[in-house]
Design a protein around this ligand. Structure first.
Ligand code: C2E
Ligand code: CA
Ligand code: CA
Length: 408
């Protein structure tokens, strides 16, 4: 039996279609219908549990946040409702999107080709069997050591790169390397699902070596084509337990011809403070060899100022939880400022992570933070996409500048 009280959200970047879908759903008798033109607006609904939808009519092709990314964000928010996917793309594309949603354990009632018809909609909405509590969300899949080991040796790990931009001039000065696992069955798997496994099973050294080797190779290729970027790589504390690591990284730099000062090694503060002796020596040796060191996720750990003083860092990354939305929150603003001024007093470069929208960008820039990274600038992308992205970013940035500073 149909439940006409379910909360339905229609999400489409085309205002005309959006209105039409909204009307169609209402005409079918469902009266709790909301419409949103962007994924960002839709995600705001999740802030209030009373507003969070049971069923989402999701357009797959949208600018800014596309449907696939929106699905990922739903996973992060433990969405336990259902989806109907809508797209002008061909059947295969819609099936791929459906498969991805299912891989994330999100219930999909089906997919519809545009233009949507009332009959097609009615049939799929009629499949809704809620309430959603009856379908407990299955936890994100975790992976076993054997599976991960073979992924490392079979080349299933790939590096994505997320741009870092100077807030003053807009210049792309570097990229952060973020590893992904192209899983043959599950599709793209994100690092939070396997870095912990690698650390727990002694595989993190092998993993880091694969990531670093590819990052150095890529950096050398970019340099050859005239693209001089700092390339950052995330290290785990467990990589800093054996002295061999330093010699290995130094060897890699020599072999690839990339100067160490163009490579940034990021370490997470929370783990950094466990047992400092060996890591401190390794980090100091790496610094002596001219690699740049960065303290990641700054602000959410529990380091003391004295410990920070004693470690030879060049860069401090302010954690995204103090960046996104800081302009609207006195508390976040104060925390952001305190991280920033600490870093500046210690003569470190400062990166604001999690710059997600224009307000974050303006805030970070106006506070005097040198470098920004986040979805507002770009999502992590495969190496091959970076040159074209830089070109379009430079173009967009110079247009923006002409608008705000016409005599520049
Ligand atoms: P991280 O080093 O703090 O990396 C930033 C994470 O935030 C990335 O997630 C990135 O995709 C995401 N992000 C970037 N911009 C935004 C934004 O504007 N908003 C939001 N909400 N998120 C943003 P990702 O790629 O899933 O990586 C998660 C974590 O996994 C990384 O956090 C890092 O700690 C770890 N990791 C990634 N690659 C490696 C690696 O090769 N080795 C090790 N040991 N850890 C890695
Ligand atoms: Ca990082
Ligand atoms: Ca971080």
């Amino acid at each position: 039996m149909n439940d006409f009280t379910i909360k339905i959200l229609a999400l489409d970047d085309d205002p005309f279609l959006l209105k039409m879908h909204g009307h169609m759903v209402a005409n079918l008798g469902y009266h709790a219908v909301t419409t949103c033109e962007s994924g960002y607006a839709a995600l705001e609904l999740f802030a209030n549990p009373n507003e969070s939808p049971d069923l989402i009519l999701l357009d797959i092709n949208m600018p800014e946040m596309d449907g696939l990314e929106f699905i990922r964000r739903l996973v992060e928010r433990n969405f336990n409702g259902s989806l109907i996917l809508v797209s002008g793309e061909d059947e295969r594309m819609r099936q791929a999107a459906e498969k991805l949603a299912r891989a994330h354990k999100i219930d999909v009632l089906g997919h519809l080709h545009k233009p949507v018809t009332p009959a097609g909609l009615a049939e799929l909405i009629g499949k809704w069997t809620g309430p959603s509590q009856s379908k407990p969300r299955v936890e994100k899949r975790t992976y076993g050591a054997a599976e991960l080991r073979s992924a490392i040796t079979n080349g299933e790990l790939v590096n994505y790169y997320q741009p870092k931009v100077l807030t003053g001039t807009g210049r792309v000065m570097g990229v952060e390397t973020l590893v992904r696992w192209r899983h043959p069955q599950d599709g793209m798997v994100f690092p939070d699902q396997f870095i912990g496994v690698a650390e727990a099973h002694g595989l993190i050294d092998d993993l880091t070596r694969v990531v670093l080797t590819d990052a150095f190779t890529q950096s050398a290729l970019w340099r050859e084509s005239g693209l001089m970027l700092q390339v950052s790589v995330n290290l785990s504390m467990d990589n800093l337990m054996s002295m061999d690591f330093v010699d290995w990284v130094v060897g890699l730099a020599v072999k690839s011809g990339v100067p160490p000062q163009m490579m940034v090694l990021e370490v997470t503060e929370t783990r950094l403070m466990e047992d400092l002796r060996t890591p401190l020596e390794i980090l100091t040796r790496l610094r002596l060899k001219r690699f740049r060191l960065s303290i990641d996720d700054y602000g959410i750990g529990n380091s003391t100022l004295a410990q920070l003083r004693d470690l030879p860092f060049d860069e401090l990354k302010i954690d995204q939880s103090f960046v996104h939305g800081a302009c609207n929150s006195e508390k976040l603003w104060a925390m952001f400022d305190s991280c920033l001024s600490l870093a500046k007093q210690l003569k470190m470069e400062v990166v604001a992570e999690g710059v997600e929208d224009q307000a974050d960008w303006d805030f970070v820039r106006n506070r005097g933070c040198d470098i920004a990274q986040g979805y507002f600038i770009a999502k992590p992308m495969p190496a091959a996409e970076l040159p074209a992205w830089i070109e379009s970013w430079n173009q967009a940035f110079s247009n923006l500048r002409k608008r705000i500073e016409p005599f520049h």
